[in-house]
Design a protein around this ligand. Structure first.
Ligand code: HEC
Ligand code: HEC
Length: 336
């Protein structure tokens, strides 16, 4: 047969079949898939600084210990409000011409999942100190320190951010510890990591294999029981003020023995929790933890009462009604 004798025809046909099949089974489906998968309409784009931070996240190997995926199993519920979906990753593009897409979903969860870390820990001061020395904020942490993201200078220049490091972790450094641009970018990236809520009207899919939830409550002397203040304190406050209430000298003030915690100015106390606090240069800034974490008046009351009666603090518990009034007032003035 002439077909088998003519190498041009033979190889031409084989090549044609190969290209045609590749188009059919690989390239066209891939394009279709991409068209099908758009980012959620309310997803926010990364800022320039956050994009640079993502490069540094990749360069420093953070993905070796941190995932960015909320699986649809109940044990992952603490990492996000809903399981992750394909659209969460749809905006991720090739790193550059030479390097493939870095999805950073991760495979190893030595540290916590970071899908929603921007909501869980929005404080720049906490993140910078944690990168400089994780053990300064989390005593038992096994995360490595990243000192090369910081530099020591004699003075804090304009637009520079000083990291407030407790003496015990300064290792004899006498100057000011300044965050390099790379550290600021990295933290901007971490702060940008927030799970996007589904567009209006869509219910998130359920987590599977549910564990039964025990309601966490404390006795409230006959009135409706309040949520458990200790758990709420651990979840919302202990990363900075520490489990023992003693804070960190030079970064986060103690709530143990604090005149604000033990005192009678409830308006001030509630406003610190709901709106944050930045009064003294020797401490970092407290962000609006109550507002950011959507704390209810019941939860705020439980936390206040836990702080007022723990670690040797012995002030009288406050009533839910009073806290509710103050939060309503804060919310109504904030809206104006
Ligand atoms: C060897 C593993 C390891 C590496 C590498 C690592 N981490 Fe961690 N990370 C941990 C562990 C363990 C924790 C939990 C204890 C703690 O908070 O320090 C943690 C906690 C965190 C937290 C707080 C999470 C939370 O829910 O409170 C952030 C943010 C974080 N890491 C960011 C990073 C960044 C950014 C990098 C890269 C520069 C990085 N980590 C590299 C192990 C690691
Ligand atoms: C990201 C770290 C951070 C978190 C989380 C945090 N705080 Fe603070 N808090 C601070 C810092 C920093 C200050 C001091 C600010 C200043 O004085 O400039 C402060 C101050 C306070 C004070 C005033 C104490 C005093 O005697 O001056 C109270 C009370 C307080 N926080 C309560 C809370 C409660 C309750 C929570 C949890 C709902 C909480 N904080 C979560 C960082 C934090």
């Amino acid at each position: 047969m002439e077909f088998f004798d003519n190498h041009k025809k033979l190889f031409g046909t084989a090549l044609g079949l190969f290209v045609g099949l590749t188009l059919l089974v690989a390239i066209i489906p891939a394009i279709k898939n991409q068209e099908n998968n758009a980012p959620l309409p309310n997803a926010e784009k990364l800022s320039e600084s956050a994009l640079a931070g993502k490069q540094s996240f990749i360069a420093n190997g953070c993905v070796a210990c941190h995932t960015q995926q909320v699986r649809n199993v109940d044990m992952d519920k603490i990492w996000g409000a809903r399981p992750g979906i394909a659209a969460d990753y749809a905006a991720i593009k090739r790193t550059d011409f030479w390097r493939n897409t870095a999805t950073l979903m991760g495979t190893e969860r030595t540290g916590p999942d970071l899908t929603n870390i921007g909501n869980r820990q929005p404080s720049q001061a906490w993140n910078l100190l944690h990168l400089f020395q994780p053990r300064a904020v989390v005593e038992q942490s096994i995360m490595p320190a990243y000192p090369w993201l910081f530099e020591v200078k004699n003075e804090v220049g304009k637009d520079e951010v000083e990291v407030i490091v407790p003496d015990a972790f300064r290792k004899g450094i006498s100057g000011k510890i300044i965050a390099k641009q790379e550290a600021l970018d990295l933290v901007a990236y971490l702060q940008s990591l927030k799970q996007t809520p589904l567009p209006d009207g869509q219910a998130p899919m359920e987590f599977l294999y549910k564990n039964e939830e025990k309601p966490l409550t404390t006795n409230n002397g006959g009135a409706a029981p309040l949520p458990d203040g200790k758990t709420l304190y651990t979840q919302n406050c202990a990363s900075c003020h520490q489990a023992n209430g003693e804070g960190l000298k030079g970064a986060f003030p103690p709530v143990k023995g604090s005149p604000i915690v033990m005192g009678n100015d409830l308006d001030f106390y509630v406003s610190i929790i709901m709106q944050g606090y930045d009064a003294r240069p020797e401490y970092a800034v407290m962000n609006a933890v109550g507002h950011d974490n959507n704390l209810s008046p019941e939860q705020v009351t439980a936390i206040i009462n836990y702080e007022r009666t723990s670690w040797g603090n012995n002030a009288k518990p406050v009533a839910l009604e009073e806290v509710k009034k103050i939060i309503d007032l804060i919310n109504s003035t904030a809206k104006k």
